[in-house]
Design a protein. Structure first.
Length: 564
């Protein structure tokens, strides 16, 4: 159906896939039954958890596959060869989504089968592989939705990345609501659900997630509609989580609240249909062209022209190769402003600056998440308070992811400021959060984790957007996922070698427990220092790319004025 073939429906379908694939954030639900059924000790279970985290953050394979099967018309380079074009015309984002769906199903299904005894108890290494496989499928789905969104909405890349990354961060809270509604007290059933739910949703919607050749400067209004729907969903979820921790919900009330949540989650499709209808009325003879190097002349690009003669679709010829060389040799363009592959990106200083920020900044954020329960116990917080804090963490994470993308677009379009500047600011917020947690004063966990969570989430939106702008979108999935592989490395170094080591030194030898502000004070002061290192690299990246982003802002302002 033609009304489903547009970038707005593609974005709504991506949102649905995103909220269903965040199973890596709910490991605590099924980890006890995995531990008891397999006879694991805590260190063995932690090993399985590490492989789960590696799978959820090691997305290089997904990036390589996306680059291999999705067509890309580089307007500054020569046309693709016929052989290569023919190969890519057979693929598309759906191939990467299908691969991720298969991984999700196989990983969680075999983990469920090992728990219920459907297969013989596998060795620990095999279970670690199952955990890695199921979580690694998430990277295939996430990479596809984020990069496709970037290519469909290049003028507001921060906003669309914030929405996609936000729903991935929010998916943990949504899946937990689904668990409490239909599988409460049955983690084994929940694990089987994780094998089928994202797989079925992905296979049902994957052909809607496509790349379109659209040049329209009026996408901000409709993206704001998606943003409004997103904020309504997160506000509703926050209200439900708070009420569930205060009141005792009956089964029918749980079903009702989840039914309302599902209605809210369908709202992006309503905004998508409305956006497409308005575009159709505005440009009655214009249409969206799906990228296909076999059928689209690479020297022609479609654009909408508001002429008094009926706003017909016009085609503009791209400059010749000689003209492109002359344009890119101008002093106003940085030498590395091109579509880079992974090896080319790794030869730049900017790549390693982003890698260092990922290790130290986001690694310190993961260390905070991994130790929230123990921090609360050491400071005398009740179980209900700790559960509230852990449940609400996904909300702060979401607000950071969504806000980081939205605010970065605002300051670029309205204020002319670059995204690395906002990155440095959010890293500074994380420093303050670590210091507040280290202080140990009464009520500190109601403030410190909020700041860390918002800063941590914001960087997960800023990182892929900055990566696409500096290195280009053609190989962005591969480049960003290589940078993101630093996140579990930082988590291991800071969680195990710093926080865990210092906690064990301070703990009572009898029960291996520690109580008081001193348990985590030293470790979180170290985390604050590590985050300060990331802050310095963020400031350095801002000054290094300031001229580059000045040109980016000027080009976008020129494009917006020509489209209006």
């Amino acid at each position: 159906m033609e009304w489903l073939a547009n970038r707005w429906v593609a974005a709504a379908a991506g949102i649905w896939i995103q909220w269903s694939c965040g199973s890596s954030y709910t490991f605590s639900i099924y980890s006890p039954v995995l531990k008891s059924s397999q006879g694991y000790d805590q260190s063995t279970l932690d090993t399985v958890s590490v492989f789960k985290d590696i799978g959820a953050n090691f997305g290089i394979l997904s990036g390589l596959l996306y680059s291999a099967v999705t067509p890309f018309n580089d307007r500054r380079g020569p046309p693709p060869s016929p052989t290569k074009s023919k190969w890519k015309s057979l693929g598309g984002p759906w191939v990467v989504l299908a691969a991720g769906a298969v991984q999700c199903f196989l990983g969680f299904f075999f983990m469920w089968a090992s728990i219920v005894g459907l297969i013989h108890r596998p060795p620990v290494a095999v279970v670690c592989f199952f955990a890695w496989l199921g979580s690694n499928g998430q990277t295939f789905l996430n990479t596809t939705n984020v990069v496709t969104g970037l290519r469909n909405f290049p003028e507001y890349s921060g906003t669309i990345v914030g929405i996609m990354k936000g729903f991935l961060g929010l998916s943990g809270a949504i899946l937990i609501q689904l668990y409490h509604t239909f599988c409460d007290g049955e983690p084994t059933t929940y694990l089987l659900m994780l094998a089928f739910l994202p797989t079925l949703i992905c296979l049902s919607l994957m052909f809607l997630v496509r790349i379109y050749e659209v040049q329209d400067g009026d996408s901000k209004k409709h993206l704001d509609g998606f943003s409004t729907a997103t904020m309504i969903i997160v506000a509703y979820l926050m209200l439900v989580i708070i009420l569930q921790n205060i009141l005792s919900f009956s089964s029918w009330l749980r079903v009702f609240t989840f039914f309302v949540l599902m209605i809210l989650l369908t709202s992006p499709f309503g905004f998508a249909i409305r956006a497409q209808c308005e575009e159709s009325r505005r440009y009655p003879k214009a249409f969206s062209i799906e990228r296909n190097p076999l059928t689209n002349n690479p020297k022609l690009i479609a654009s909408s022209s508001k002429s008094s003669a009926g706003e017909n679709l016009e085609y503009h010829e791209l400059p010749s190769e000689e003209e492109r060389v002359q344009a890119t040799s101008d002093d106003s363009v940085l030498p590395h402003e091109e579509e880079m592959n992974l090896l080319q990106a790794m030869s730049t200083v900017e790549f390693w600056m982003l890698f260092t920020i990922m290790v130290s900044g986001l690694g310190s954020g993961l260390a905070t998440i991994n130790n929230m329960g123990q921090i609360g116990q050491s400071l005398g917080y009740t179980t209900v308070e700790i559960n509230n804090l852990v449940s609400l963490w996904s909300m702060w994470n979401f607000l950071g992811r969504f806000g980081g993308g939205y605010v970065s677009d605002y300051i670029m379009h309205r204020k002319g400021l670059s995204r690395p500047l906002l990155m440095a600011v959010t890293l500074g917020i994380m420093i303050l959060g670590h210091v507040i947690i280290a202080s140990g004063f009464h009520g500190n966990l109601y403030l410190g984790p909020v700041l860390v969570g918002i800063g941590y989430g914001a960087n997960w939106s800023l990182m892929p957007t900055i990566t696409s702008e500096i290195f280009g979108v053609k190989h962005m999935g591969t480049i960003f996922n290589t940078i993101a592989a630093a996140s579990p490395l930082g988590s291991y170094l800071l969680s195990v070698r710093v926080v865990g080591y210092i906690y064990d030194m301070e703990a009572n030898e009898e029960d291996n427990s520690c109580y008081g502000p001193h348990c985590f004070m030293s470790s979180f002061l170290i985390l604050a220092g590590v985050a300060f290192l990331a802050f310095l690299f963020g400031v350095a990246l801002y000054f290094r790319t300031r001229r580059f982003y000045k040109n980016v802002v000027l080009r976008r302002l020129q494009h917006s004025s020509s489209s209006s």
